[in-house]
Design a protein around this ligand. Structure first.
Ligand code: CTP
Ligand code: CA
Length: 223
């Protein structure tokens, strides 16, 4: 178990980490979700805390234990996550590890939708705000270092490189989440760090080790 250092390379730095899935309600008893466990984001928050950072951890509903020593903000939906993130700024660095739902149900029902013979409910979707792009493109108060993630199943590097430019973040931590890799929900990760300098492939390692390496890079970048 890592504990916060009184003095570390990130002492005095305030860092935001988003993590976990979001849940988008259909009605009071049903929701749309995704397979994110929150493990990688939690490990990053732990690693940053262990290096002395003052970490604010904004998380969707995840089953993993919350990072000790971090300030934890629990949210459910993408809209709530954006509000929480905006309330946390300014920060020295922001790491967006959350698997934010891309769409929400346009008009969630306030009461339970009842099953009726022969009547299958039609559902309309609305696009959720892109939290990473919103923060990356802030005209003032943009964090000096913004790190996004890109979980892809195809053309990982090309997609991640395009994503970095489209959203305007500094780094993208890209990974292949094809079912055969076993990464989604597993304890290991194989990532590529995409930055202005190009794509750097890291060997497959534990999520804790990925977190530790990323925290070191963040400390080096913040100087
Ligand atoms: N992200 C976000 N808000 C969203 C969607 C994504 O902040 N509404 C962030 C994620 O936390 C991640 C990065 O953007 O850091 C990339 O997420 P991803 O789902 O890979 O990108 P999308 O732009 O949603 O593209 P797609 O799902 O089509 O691949
Ligand atoms: Ca997405």
């Amino acid at each position: 178990i890592e504990t916060a250092l009184a003095e570390g390379p990130l002492t005095g730095r305030r860092i935001l980490v988003t993590s976990g899935p979001t849940h988008e309600p259909i009605d009071p008893v049903r929701y749309i979700a995704n397979r994110s466990s929150g493990a990688q984001g939690t490990a990053i928050a732990r690693a940053l805390t262990a290096m002395g950072a003052d970490v604010v951890f904004v998380t969707g509903p995840a089953d993993v234990a919350r990072p000790e020593g971090a300030h934890v903000v629990e949210v459910e939906t993408a809209a709530q996550m954006l509000d929480a993130v905006q309330a946390v700024l300014p920060v020295d660095a922001a790491v967006f590890a959350a698997a934010v739902a891309d769409w929400r149900v346009a008009s969630a029902s306030d009461s339970k939708i009842k099953k009726q013979k022969g009547a299958i409910p039609a559902m309309e979707f609305a696009e959720n705000p892109d939290i990473l792009a919103t923060v990356s493109q802030m005209a003032s108060g943009r964090p000096p270092l913004v790190v996004g993630f890109a979980a892809e199943t195809d053309d990982v590097i090309d997609n991640a490189t395009a994503k970095r430019l489209r959203k305007g973040c500094d780094w993208i931590v890209a990974n292949d989440v094809s079912p055969e890799t076993g990464i989604m929900g597993g304890s290991e990760n194989a990532v590529t760090l995409v930055s202005d300098d190009g794509a750097e492939h890291w060997p497959r390692m534990g999520k804790d080790e990925v977190a530790h390496q990323l925290a070191e890079r963040i400390a080096a970048a913040l100087g």
